[in-house]
Design a protein around this ligand. Structure first.
Ligand SMILES: Nc1ncnc2c1ncn2[C@@H]1O[C@H](COP(=O)(O)OP(=O)(O)O)[C@@H](O)[C@H]1O
Ligand SMILES: [Mg+2]
Length: 246
């Protein structure tokens, strides 16, 4: 569904991606795992069309989308849930979710999306988005709006951050739902949410240093990355290119 080929990007003096290739197939929840500052959010911005790379091709459903605008990519179904909490103030939760739906949406559907992320609609529909909502609530409202957009590829940037254990279960089920109708690129810097992924890639030193099944990726990350003191500088023997299926 999504194919990134030989992506190279330098921002300022820093090489963010050095010949990165990555593929997310239909139905997959591909976890992109990496410590802070390794370029995960930047990769989301590149796929979305916010940042133009120096080199590399991005295909979506076999179409080369390098030259498509942000809007054209969104129309094709590439939708991002931002890492930063929603900052819009003054809209009701209902309207925030509703504006994401490309062809309009009924109240019942808005309610369904809120329930899917564990927000009871009775309590939240008419709530005005303001500073009184917790970070976890804002994250989940953002995810409800992604559900409303009916994405083909949902890029979720740290959807688990600031979420308590109970809400996490609902967030995970919403993510699974997104993958049923398309695919999910799940960006995270913790292993906690990897259990729902089908495959994981670890980003370090401008490269995807290895791809593995979730269990193996979690083990690797725990043993090598969580307490790494030289973040973003992998040793040569840590780099294993080549992917597990596909
Ligand atoms: N516009 C920019 N100009 C220069 N450097 C940037 C820019 N955006 C991000 N960076 C740098 O790129 C690196 C990766 O950032 P980011 O993608 O946010 O990492 P992550 O999401 O993995 O924590 C960081 O070192 C960050 O400071
Ligand atoms: Mg980030």
């Amino acid at each position: 569904m999504l194919k990134i080929r030989n992506l190279t990007l330098t921002l300022g003096e820093k090489k963010i991606f050095d010949d990165v290739s990555l593929e997310v197939t239909r139905g997959e929840i591909y976890a992109l795992l990496g410590r802070n500052g390794t370029g995960k959010s930047t990769l989301a911005a590149v796929i979305l069309g916010l940042i133009k790379p120096e080199k590399g091709d991005i295909y979506f459903e076999d179409e080369l989308i390098n030259d498509l605008s942000l809007t054209e990519r969104a129309k094709r179904g590439i939708i991002l849930a931002w890492q930063k909490n929603i900052t819009v103030q003054g809209l009701t939760v209902r309207d925030y979710v509703r504006v994401s739906a490309p062809n309009g949406i009924s109240d019942a559907e808005v309610e369904g999306h809120l329930e899917a992320v564990g927000l009871s609609c009775g309590e939240y529909l008419d709530r005005v988005i303001d500073g009184k909502l917790s970070g976890g609530e804002r994250k989940r409202i953002e995810l409800a709006s992604v559900l409303a957009a009916k994405p083909k590829l949902a890029i979720l940037d740290e959807p688990d951050s600031g979420i308590d254990a109970v809400s996490l279960v609902m967030v995970e089920s919403a993510i699974r739902r997104m993958a049923q109708d398309g695919a999910v690129l799940l960006i995270t810097h913790t292993e906690d949410i990897l259990g729902i992924s089908t495959r994981a890639g670890i980003l370090c030193g401008a490269r995807v240093i290895r791809e593995a099944k979730p269990d193996a990726a979690v083990q690797y990350f725990k043993n090598h990355c969580d307490y790494c003191e030289t973040v973003n500088t992998p040793r040569l023997d840590e780099i294993i290119t080549g992917s597990v299926n596909p």
